[in-house]
Structures are given as structure tokens and as C-alpha cells.
Design a protein around this ligand. Structure first.
Ligand code: SF4
Length: 379
């Protein structure tokens, strides 16, 4: 069992908060698809013949692919990999691309899960973030997707956008719940240095929300999601029963995956590969039949830290017995004092040899994980 991620590095315009890899020139979209198909062939042995149970088209904006371009990629995937008939196949889409006609095409393709980048239902927030869609498109794209037959839809929302009160956030959640989607991912607005918001923050022309305001919106989110019957199976991810993202859950459980396209990452248990995050360099290499990536070999401590980082964020928690068996690490012995402090403050709980973050602890997840990280000489 393994996964495939395909990065489509094109967007219509640059959102002011985004530091993902993409180009706003679509000129090389067709050669890029051909190059990714070539990479699929060259990387056919990376997952050592494992059956593929998830495929994820991310980006960038995969909904910019035409039906013919998607077919080229599916044809290459089926030719070189053993795709399970029940595979979860997700495509990220922006609301402005999701016309009823486009959705009929997608519904007729192997894609069986749509991830719609709504981010906000508020016109002023969408403009401030330079999203390509408006508030009506955000709402109706989900309904059009449902009309086209999609029964597994996830939407992305951003919280912590500066506002005088929490009213707009509450309104976003109300609109979201009225759409009856199966899965929701919510992320705090983060200010990355190399983005428009990063530059404006540095100059003082943009003022990010206070941490307390962001934390309050997260608490509102968790409470409202619980009230609507969603399970928070990862800090930022909520689902109706049975609708966890299989692809992301596999990442968090350490399942191997192959990343294709510029800037995509791959993981095979003992090493990580990073494709070049440059469309021109990627195209030049693949045109000559070469792969363009850097590789990092993971030590046992790296692997243990990754397991800590991902598992602690999930509802399944960090299995301390597994830490011992797989990596030879007795976390309770090595971090005895710090774990005792976290227990005392009710940030964590340990049950049946599994370490979980409490709701209070989830607010400090990044700091707690960082503090628990093992030093290189830990094993
Ligand atoms: S559409 Fe997505 S990937 Fe493209 S700039 Fe906006 S947030 Fe980034």
C-alpha cells in the first residue's frame, strides 16, 4: 500500500499568503504534463511494486488541467503502477474553475474526491488574500460539485484573518455547514516571509492578527465542528465518520509515497527526495530523460522525530511501544521530566502506551513537538 502525489505547478494568480511552488504563466502547461508523464515512467520502481491506494493531485491548481491533460497522466499512471480499484483519487480545485461543465468532465474521470479551495466565504477576505474566486463562486462550486455526483468533498478554510470580531468566522462556519460536505481542512493564516503579506507585514502596512485572536478562532472551530458531528482526526482536519483523507492519513502513518512534478517530495521509509522547485529546470531535465531531485537519507532519529511530529497531531496519537520497537527509543525514559510537566499541565495524556495531546495541548502542538524532538545522538 502506497501513495502518489502529483504537483501541478500553475495558478491563475498568486494568493498574497502563499509560498507554495507555482507559476502564473500557463505557457508550459502542456509540456509540463508530458514531463510529469515521463517522470511517472522513470520512477515506476520507486515504490517497489506496492499497490497504490491513494493518488493526490495538488499544487498549484490541478483544476487548471484540461480533460485531455488529466487523461495523459492517468494513462501513464495505469501503465506503470498497480492502482488499486478502490483507490482514493483526490484533485484540488479552485472554485472559479468549477463550472458545471468542468465538473461533469471531472465526475466522468477517475477522480473520486474533490478538495475545493474555498478559504473564505467573505468577499473582503477573498480580495485581501487575492483569491481568484468570489464569495458566490466559493459557495456554488460546492453545490455544483454535489450536483455533478461528487459524494466525497473536502473544503479548505483559513481562520485568523484580521477582523474586528469573530462574526465573519462564525458566518464562514455557518455557510460551510449548510453545504453538508464530508471533510474540512482549516489552517490559520500564516505570514510567510517571501509572500506579499510577508513583505507588507515587514513594512508595517499589514498587521497580522494577535495570537490570542487566532487561538480563539481555533477554539470556536473545534467546538462548532464537534457540535456538527465532525471528528477532529488531525489538528487541522475534520471529517464525517468514514471520510478521513486516506492520502493524508497515510502520510501521518509513515506509508511510502512518490511525489511527481516540480517541488514534489517522495518518501520510501529510509530516504526523502525533493524534486527541483523550478519549472524550467524540471522541464529541461525531464526532456532529456533525467530526474531532477535531491536526496536525504533519514537516520533513525530523523525517522523517530517525523513519527512524533505527525502522529502527535492525530487522533491515533504517538504509540510509545512503536517508538521502542521501530526506533529503539524509550520516550518516557528519555523525556521523563518534560512529559511529567506536560501531564501536570494537562497538555497530554498517556493511555495504553499511547501519547495524545489534549484539546489544551493541541493549541501548543508545534512547541510541544519541538521540545520532544530527540537529539541526533539519542540512539
Ligand atoms: S491557488 Fe493555491 S497554490 Fe495557487 S497561489 Fe493560491 S493558495 Fe497558492
Amino acid at each position: 500500500m502506497a501513495g502518489i502525489y502529483i504537483h501541478i505547478p500553475f495558478c491563475k494568480q498568486a494568493c498574497h499568503y502563499c509560498d507554495f511552488h507555482f507559476s502564473t504563466s500557463l505557457r508550459h502547461k502542456a509540456p509540463m504534463v508530458a514531463a510529469i508523464a515521463q517522470e511517472i515512467a522513470l520512477q515506476q520502481h520507486y515504490l517497489a511494486g506496492q499497490s497504490i491506494n491513494t493518488i493526490y493531485f495538488g499544487g498549484g491548481t490541478p483544476s487548471l488541467l484540461s480533460q485531455a491533460e488529466l487523461e495523459v497522466l492517468f494513462e501513464a499512471l495505469h501503465r506503470h503502477f498497480n492502482i488499486a480499484p478502490s483507490a482514493e483519487i483526490t484533485l484540488e480545485a479552485n472554485p472559479d474553475d468549477l463550472t458545471p461543465a468542468k465538473l461533469r468532465e471531472l465526475a466522468a474521470s477517475p477522480v473520486n474526491r474533490l478538495s475545493i479551495g474555498i478559504q473564505s466565504f467573505q468577499e473582503e477576505h477573498l480580495r485581501r488574500m487575492n483569491r481568484a474566486h468570489n464569495a458566490a463562486e466559493a459557495y456554488y462550486s460546492v453545490q455544483y460539485a454535489q450536483d455533478a455526483g461528487f459524494t466525497n468533498i473536502t473544503t479548505d478554510l483559513i481562520y485568523g484573518i484580521p477582523a474586528p470580531t469573530h462574526n465573519l468566522w462564525l458566518d464562514d462556519l455557518t455557510k460551510l455547514f449548510s453545504l453538508q460536505v464530508q471533510h474540512v481542512s482549516c489552517y490559520a493564516l500564516t505570514i510567510e516571509e517571501k509572500t506579499a503579506l510577508g513583505r507588507w507585514t515587514k513594512k508595517g502596512s499589514f498587521k497580522p492578527s494577535e495570537d490570542e485572536f487566532v487561538a480563539e478562532q481555533f477554539e470556536i472551530l473545534v467546538a462548532q465542528m464537534q457540535g456538527q458531528g465532525f471528528t477532529q482526526y488531525e489538528i487541522s482536519n475534520f471529517c464525517r465518520p468514514g471520510y478521513e483523507s486516506k492520502h493524508n492519513s497515510n502520510y501521518w502513518r509513515g506509508v511510502h509515497y512518490l511525489g511527481l512534478g516540480p517541488s514534489a517530495h517522495s518518501f520510501n521509509g529510509y530516504s526523502r527526495q525533493y524534486n527541483v522547485a523550478n519549472n524550467a529546470k524540471y522541464l529541461a531535465a525531464l526532456t532529456q530523460g533525467q530526474l531532477a531531485f535531491e536526496q536525504e537519507t533519514l537516520t533513525l532519529v530523523d525517522q523517530a522525530n517525523e513519527y512524533l511530529l505527525t502522529s502527535l497531531r492525530t487522533i491515533w496519537g504517538c504509540d510509545l511501544h512503536n517508538m521502542q520497537q521501530q526506533f529503539g527509543i524509550n520516550l518516557q525514559a528519555q523525556q521523563a521530566e518534560y512529559l511529567a510537566e506536560l501531564l501536570r499541565k494537562e497538555y497530554i495524556l498517556i493511555k495504553n502506551d499511547v501519547l495524545y495531546l489534549t484539546d489544551k495541548g493541541k493549541l501548543l502542538a508545534d512547541q510541544i513537538t519541538l521540545d520532544l524532538f530527540l537529539e541526533p545522538q539519542a540512539i
